[in-house]
Design a protein around this ligand. Structure first.
Ligand SMILES: C[S@@+](CC[C@H](N)C(=O)[O-])C[C@H]1O[C@@H](n2cnc3c(N)ncnc32)[C@H](O)[C@@H]1O
Length: 365
C-alpha cells in the first residue's frame, strides 16, 4: 500500500477553497463538530486560570479539545498552526511571556478575523508589546513567511487530520523548528486506515474523523520527515455518535497528545550509550515527576539509566535540558536498549560443514 499517496489528497479545488470548504462544513458553531469538550486535566494547570483573560467570543468559537501546551514556553517563539479564532494562541501567549513571541496561522479569514479583533485588548491586558502576538493568514502546509529553523515550539489542536497533504504539513513543521525544537499537538488517530472514499470526503474530514491518521502511518510520515521518535503523552477515546459508529464499522478512534522533537540526537529505535538523566522537579505542574510519554515518568531526584532517545529529547539542545542533570555522552555505544537477539543468539560454526563435509571455520564476511 502506498500510504504516502493515500494521505495526499488532490481535491478538485484550490488549496484556499479546500480550507474554506472545511471551515464552512464545520460551521461557526464549535459544538457541531468538536470531538470532545474540555475536561478536567486536558488543559495544563498553569494555563487553566489564564482562560479567564481571553475574550468570550474567542472561547465560544474555539473548535477543539484541551490545550496542547507543553511546559517551559517562557521566552519561546511558538507557532500555533491553524489557530482558528485564537484561543490556544492567546493561552500560550500568556506562557511565552514578554520575552517570547506567539504566531497564530490560520487559512480561514472569518476565524482569523475573530482572533485579530481582540489583539490590541489582549496584549494590553497581558502587558505585552505589539510584536509579542501576531496572526497571519496562511496554509499550514506552506506558510512562506516562516523562515526555516525559526520556531522553538509548534502547537496544533486538531488541524493535522484536516490537511490534504499530511507529508507536506509535517515536513513544514520539521523545517520551521529550530534544532532541539518541539511539535506538541493534539489530534484524532485511528487503529487502521479509513477507506479511501471516506477519507477523501470533505464533509467527513470536516467532522475530524474522515481525515484521522492511522497511528502507524503517522509514525512512518513523522520518521520520513526527520522526527525519529514520536511519543504519545495522553490518549482519550474519541466519542462517536451512533451514526458515526455505523459509518466507521470496526474502526477505533482516539484523541492523542503527542510530542515530536526536531533533533538528530534521536534514532528510529532506542540505542544505549550509558547515559543517565535526573529530573530536578522544576517544571510547573510536575513537581514529582517528568512525564516523558504515556508509559514513562521520571521521578524527581532519581538518576535513571536511559536510552539515547530520552537523552536526545531532554538534553542536547532541548529546552528541557535545564530541568535535568545528565551523565554520559555519545562516545560509547552499547547497542539496542531492548537487547539484540539476532546477533547475540547466533550459533557459532561448530558442527557446520560445507558441501564437501569439511568443518566451516569462518564465514564469508
Ligand atoms: C478543528 S479547527 C481547530 C482550530 C483551532 N486550532 C482551535 O482549536 O479552535 C481546524 C482549523 O484548521 C483549519 N483548516 C482548514 N483547512 C485546513 C487544512 N487544509 N489543513 C489544516 N487545517 C485546516 C480550519 O480553518 C480550522 O480553523
Amino acid at each position: 500500500m502506498d500510504y504516502r499517496a493515500y494521505y495526499r489528497k488532490a481535491p478538485q479545488m484550490s488549496f484556499q477553497d479546500y480550507c474554506d470548504a472545511i471551515a464552512a462544513a464545520q460551521g461557526i458553531d464549535p459544538q457541531a463538530t468538536a470531538r470532545t469538550r474540555d475536561a478536567e486535566g486536558t488543559i495544563p494547570g498553569e494555563a487553566r486560570e489564564k482562560l479567564f483573560n481571553i475574550a468570550a467570543e474567542i472561547k465560544n468559537t474555539f473548535h477543539e479539545f484541551g490545550a496542547p501546551l507543553p511546559p517551559l514556553l517562557e521566552g519561546c517563539t511558538v507557532l500555533d498552526l491553524c489557530c482558528g479564532s485564537g484561543r490556544d494562541t492567546y493561552l500560550a501567549a500568556q506562557l511565552t511571556g514578554a520575552a517570547g513571541k506567539m504566531i497564530g496561522v490560520e487559512p480561514n479569514v472569518e476565524r482569523l478575523a475573530i482572533a485579530k479583533k481582540y489583539l490590541a485588548k489582549e496584549i494590553k491586558q497581558f502587558g505585552y508589546g505589539e510584536g509579542n502576538v501576531e496572526f497571519v493568514q496562511g496554509a499550514p502546509e506552506n506558510p512562506p513567511f516562516l523562515a526555516d529553523g525559526s520556531i522553538d515550539v509548534v502547537i496544533s489542536n486538531c488541524t493535522f487530520n484536516l490537511s490534504p497533504d499530511k507529508a507536506a504539513y509535517i515536513a513544514k513543521v520539521r523545517r520551521v523548528l529550530k534544532d532541539g525544537g518541539e511539535w506538541y499537538f493534539t489530534d484524532v488517530f485511528t487503529d487502521r486506515r479509513i477507506p479511501q472514499e471516506t477519507s477523501d470526503d470533505i464533509a467527513r474530514v470536516a467532522e475530524r474523523l474522515g481525515g484521522a491518521l492511522y497511528i502507524n502511518d503517522f509514525r512512518r510520515l513523522a520518521q520520513a520527515a526527520g522526527f525519529a521518535d514520536p511519543r504519545h503523552l495522553f490518549t482519550w477515546k474519541t466519542p462517536l455518535t451512533e451514526a458515526e459508529q455505523a459509518h466507521y464499522p470496526g474502526i477505533a478512534f482516539a484523541t492523542i497528545t503527542s510530542r515530536l522533537m526536531a533533533t538528530d540526537m534521536t534514532e528510529d529505535v532506542c540505542e544505549s550509550y550509558g547515559e543517565t538523566v535526573t529530573y530536578k522537579g522544576t517544571l510547573p505542574d510536575y513537581p514529582d515527576y517528568f512525564l516523558f510519554d504515556k508509559d514513562i515518568k521520571f521521578p524527581t531526584g532519581k538518576a535513571c539509566a536511559v536510552c539515547g532517545n530520552v537523552s536526545g529529547t531532554v538534553g542536547y539542545g532541548s529546552r528541557y535540558a535545564a530541568a535535568f542533570e545528565m551523565t554520559g555522552d555519545r562516545s560509547q555505544h552499547i547497542g539496542d536498549t531492548h537487547g539484540d537477539h539476532i546477533i547475540a543468539c547466533a550459533p557459532d560454526f561448530e558442527g557446520v560443514v560445507d558441501e564437501d563435509d569439511r568443518p566451516i571455520q569462518a564465514s564469508c564476511c
